[in-house]
Design a protein around this ligand. Sequence first.
Ligand SMILES: *Cc1c(COP(=O)(O)O)cnc(C)c1O
Length: 414
Amino acid sequence: MSTAAGIPFLDLITPHEDLQEELCGVFRDALGSAGFIGGPMVEDFERDFATYCEARYCVGVSSGTDALTLSLIAAGVEPGAIVVTVPNTFIATCEAISQAGARPDFVDVDERTSNMDTEKLRDYLERDCFFDPRRRKLIKRRTGMPVSAIVPVHLYGQMADMDVILELAERYGLVVIEDACQAHGAEYYSQREGCWKKAGSMGMASAFSFYPGKNLGACGEAGAITTNQEELARKVRMLRDHGQSKKYHHEIEGYNSRLDAIQAGILQVKLRRLPLWTEQRRAIASRYREGLEFVSHAVGLPDEPAWARPVHHLYVVRVGDRSEFMNHMALENIGTGIHYPIPLHLQKAYAHMGFRNGQFPVSEKLAQEIVSLPMYPQLAAARQEEVIGQVLAFVADRDPLYNRMVPLAMAAAR
Ligand SMILES: *Cc1c(COP(=O)(O)O)cnc(C)c1O
């Protein structure tokens, strides 16, 4: 039996219906003052988003990709230098590195968290590189190029193991730029600092995306950089606005990468709902765990270390026969997705860099098995039960034993 109306993978209509009056008010205010670029709407949002992230400064820009690019440039990553990230991320992480003039390189991820494997990062920095005392730089042995930054990605809304990453970065004099594009409000328990830290407050700078489907989404393109360093914030402010410190005084050559005032106003309205939406995402994640834990040998659930308080941008499970699983869900009108089907080192766009299949086995294996289930604050509990029911039905179909176990466990979960 199929679920009549269907359950979409993502619902971007309902939240905007609920906020329609307030959002239209933003548009009317902007029309009334002709304040389309810069001005109080942008400044107010920057101030409140910095507070939300527990960072000192926030600079609004036109996308998450630009937030990464401008952060890397402002942090002084030199042309041709290596910037280390992970292969299982959205291509924007890598595009930003190349477009900032640097060269992307990868370390594999931890199979449990899908985030940067800090042991592999350590191996990369200790074994594949050496410290050149004359240049006072870490140099990659095979290419002779300097390594200058690390970009950990807080994938699916869960932070990477930042203490270890920051410690290694300090030891080797590397810059850390967080890709927090999926992690608005995520937290990490820092042993070093003895407290919970927000995404966007730990690296030298951090990049956020407000692409409509993100946890905090604009009604169009938008992004932001957070940082605790005044000088970096000042540099990014110039870079986003043609390198000018004041009108027509260009200290450097920059970009047209400003945040629209209307988008800032919209983000300000939605930022007030973000804590509630995050709570709703967490409730959905707990229901998935409760409903699916007893079949977790067949449907792998995301790992949540004790030091992580994720914001569940995506709920990603692992299944061996993924295409059959996705077909099953599609037949029941339930939307699913893959984030992401091809690791970056195997993308055509990076063929010239000479990476091989087999070089990052964990990312490659995950790419074959991961599937994202519906996850958004407006996903009602009853609809989610239908999703869980269909995941269980899929497992039961494949294993007759579960025909007896499933109803029992479902009853127990109620
Ligand atoms: C969305 C996203 C980006 C890019 O953000 P845009 O606003 O689309 O440019 C970068 N990195 C990650 C991990 C993302 O999810």
